[in-house]
Design a protein around this ligand. Structure first.
Ligand SMILES: [Zn+2]
Length: 404
């Protein structure tokens, strides 16, 4: 492996312990296989050890996806146990009752003050949507993955099960009803929605409920227990979002991060170093730069966000007047990209065989932007980092492949 383009110059870089910490953050099959693992470790061990310790304590996970692979196939995904589902269904039910009461109290005031019959009608119609939005938001806030599904018509149980991958295993008849997948799904469904959700009990014998039962929830809303996917029980909410992030998505983006999930996602080929698609540009280090950005933001003494935002703004002005202050166009996108690119540059040596983002290295960073270099240098040399948490309300940030 050619690591001449990786920069080790601090005593806290490339340590044996650093490699160990880095290895413990790699998830999924791809990143734990020979060349991918070795490449990820070489790159991550350029990150000074105190930062690796901090990244690990933050719960950061790195995962690489190959073509046709998606996140729901990795071991990152929670496989819900019956015990966990039962416990969480109880909490969700309480939340649902509170949200219903809150929405009805809100509508009561509006109903009383509204005299226009048309607007009154719209109020009633909008109740379901209002309820759905509030309930989905509160469940998410509580860390519960039950999906809130609107169903204005009668909903056959068999349809809901098919929609969520819940099937007869073929040997259901030999098991206790609660031990079968359909039995568990129905048990949690009744827990979540109450027995009154079943409007017509069918006659076809099945675990817990007749197979041909019909559902008709009072508010046109149904809480969906879980979805079966690739032999795992997933939250239907996470199944949808995880399915969107797959190997093809990664081919288009090379890498991305999802800060709320403390997740760094990489295209498998982009992980290699040098990479057949990105040469010595390191998506691993760029994405780690984003994580460092969020963590630094959570350390008040650093005044990190204000510092970087101000530097970015000043540099964009200088850049606009013809001065070269940044090393890549990506760094001009926003203050977060500006910082992530700088971290990667700081940890990269110049080489003569770069074809992609060839300017993004240590020497040019110091030359073109000594202030930014000084700041990153100071950050990288911090001896220890206090364990406060970064901001929570950030979404995914895919790296577009077409940015050079
Ligand atoms: Zn980025």
């Amino acid at each position: 492996m050619n690591i001449s383009s990786l920069r080790h110059h601090l005593p806290t870089q490339g340590t044996e312990k650093g490699r160990e910490i880095a290895a413990s953050m790699l998830r999924g099959d791809t990143l734990n296989r020979g060349p991918f693992k070795e490449a990820a470790l070489e790159q991550l061990s350029t990150v000074p050890e105190p930062w690796l310790v901090r990244l690990k304590s933050e719960g950061i996970a790195y995962v690489a996806l190959g073509y046709g692979e998606d996140l729901s196939q990795t071991n990152l995904i929670i496989n819900y146990s019956p015990e966990r589902l039962r416990k969480e269904a109880g909490t969700a039910k309480e939340i649902a009752a509170a949200v219903r009461a809150e929405v009805d109290a809100e509508l009561k005031k509006e109903r009383e003050s509204e005299t226009d019959p048309l607007r009154l009608g719209m109020l009633e119609h909008g109740r379901t949507d209002l309820l759905k939005d509030k309930l989905a938001a509160q469940l998410e806030e509580a860390g519960l993955g039950f999906a809130v599904r609107v169903t204005r018509d009668l909903l056959p149980l068999a349809f809901l099960e098919q929609e969520n991958g819940v099937e007869d295993s073929g040997y259901d008849e030999f098991l206790e009803p609660q031990e079968t997948e359909r039995g568990l799904f129905r048990e949690i469904l009744l827990d979540l929605n109450g027995p009154e959700v079943v409007s017509q009990k069918g006659s076809e014998d099945g675990p817990i409920l007749p197979n041909d039962s019909i559902l008709d929830p009072a508010d046109d809303l149904i809480l969906v227990p879980y979805a079966v996917f690739g032999s795992k029980r997933l939250s239907p909410v996470s199944r949808e979002s995880y399915k969107k992030i797959n190997g093809m998505y990664m081919d288009q983006h090379h890498g991305g991060h999802f800060w709320p999930g403390r997740l760094i996602m990489l295209d498998d080929e982009a992980t290699l170093h040098p990479s057949p698609i990105l040469s010595t540009h390191s998506v691993v280090l760029h994405e780690t730069g984003h994580a460092i950005d969020y963590i630094a933001e959570g350390i008040p003494e650093l005044n990190h966000r204000e510092t970087i935002d101000a530097m970015f703004e000043a540099d964009m002005k200088r850049q606009a007047s013809g001065e070269q202050r940044v090393l890549t166009p990506r760094a001009t996108d926003n203050a977060r990209e500006y910082f992530a690119e700088a971290v990667e540059a700081y940890l990269t040596n110049p080489t003569d065989h770069d074809t992609y983002k060839a300017d993004n290295h240590h020497v040019l960073l110091k030359q073109r932007n000594p202030e930014l270099y000084e700041y990153v240098d100071r950050l990288m040399k911090l001896p220890a980092l206090t364990a406060t948490s970064g901001p929570e309300n950030q979404g995914t940030d895919p790296e577009p492949a077409n940015s050079q």
